[in-house]
Ligand binder design. Structure first.
Ligand code: HEC
Length: 314
């Protein structure tokens, strides 16, 4: 008969070690994320992205529906008076409200109180639509302000006052970023190494409160893009690069995303992708001096949204 006695001690030691480590994990968390104050970055990001940019029942196929629009305003939409430029986050009727408004506790202690008391965020309603700002108190603490309650700014007025050229569809664009798998190659998380010198400062605790999903990326095969718009803010460059990265980076391994243009260009003319690619191949083979011209994207295309997202990463 085999004697199992020597395994008994080992099994007990194992149970104590496993049970002990689970107790530490479950009962003694090192910090409570709800008590970390949301930074200005966290508030800005959740306001431009909206409630959810991953899979959700409002947009199960990740088509970019139901997201807010960022509007840069130089004129007060209510009074028509000029004012210093302000970024307003417009939630048209029916747009799900951002997490900080639905669950103010994820703004942290200070941000939560200010947003509730001075920002009047609890007066915002999904059915009526709302306009939000990131404001600051006298000591510089950021909070979310419901400008519909505090200033009487209505979503449609803000969109009209800003004009299309001053609107950014970054939340819609983040959904495209998630859907297209950009995160297989790109990170949004510079590591705390020499990375800092190239890709900028790493994010801080409190930068992610209320963001869903966080887009850290998986492992990195391409540049970190957390601050990409600080080094390259050219919309034209982005247009060429997304249509076909080889137009600007001859040996790029990034796939082309020309299909994000959709069927028609900015003037409503059908885009002939086959013709474009045939001409591009002639250019690569040296039969043409210049590559064919990249069509201007339609204002409601996925291409515009993903570029708006990328240009918001500062
Ligand atoms: C197969 C990997 C891969 C995928 C998928 C990919 N990229 Fe890239 N991307 C790269 C590489 C490699 C570079 C650097 C060379 C270049 O500029 O093309 C790059 C460059 C970039 C740059 C310029 C970065 C800089 O530092 O200037 C941006 C912006 C960018 N990609 C955005 C995106 C977005 C948005 C998507 C998804 C729609 C995407 N990429 C998908 C590999 C990828």
């Amino acid at each position: 008969m085999v004697n199992f006695r020597e395994y008994k001690a080992g099994a007990r030691f194992f149970a104590v070690a496993l049970g002990g480590s689970m107790c530490i994990t479950l009962l003694m968390p090192s910090f409570d994320i709800n008590h970390v104050n949301a930074t200005e970055i966290a508030m800005t990001k959740q306001l431009w992205a909206g409630h959810e940019t991953g899979f959700n029942l409002d947009d199960p196929f990740l088509l970019g529906y139901n997201h807010p629009v960022k509007a840069s305003l130089k004129v007060d939409p209510k009074t028509g008076q000029p004012m210093p430029e302000v970024d307003a986050y417009v939630y048209p009727k029916g747009t799900p409200l951002p997490n900080g408004v639905l669950h103010p506790d994820n703004l942290g202690g200070v941000g939560e109180q200010l947003s509730l008391d001075r920002g009047r965020i609890k007066e915002a309603s999904k059915d009526a639509g709302a306009v939000f700002l990131v404001s600051k108190d006298e000591s510089g603490n950021p909070f979310i302000e419901d400008a519909t309650a505090t200033r009487g700014w209505m979503p449609d007025d803000v969109l009209k006052t800003a004009g299309d050229a001053n609107l950014m569809y970054a939340g819609y664009g983040k959904t495209i970023f998630v859907r297209e798998g950009c995160w297989w190659c790109h990170t949004l998380l510079p590591e705390e190494t020499q990375d800092w010198q190239v890709f900028g400062a790493p994010p801080m605790l409190g930068d992610f409160n209320g963001e869903s999903p966080t887009a850290f990326g998986s492992d990195r095969k391409a540049p970190d893009i957390l601050h990409v718009a600080s080094r390259n803010s050219s919309r034209e460059w982005m247009m060429l690069h997304f249509f076909n990265p080889r137009l600007v980076q001859p040996h790029s391994i990034m796939p082309r995303f020309d299909y994000l243009w959709g069927p028609v260009d900015a003037n409503g003319n059908k885009i002939d992708f086959d013709k474009w690619r045939a001409e591009y191949n002639e250019y690569v083979e040296g039969k043409r001096v210049t590559p064919p011209e990249v069509p201007a994207y339609a204002r409601n295309s996925d291409a515009r949204a993903v570029i708006d997202f990328v240009l918001s990463l500062k």
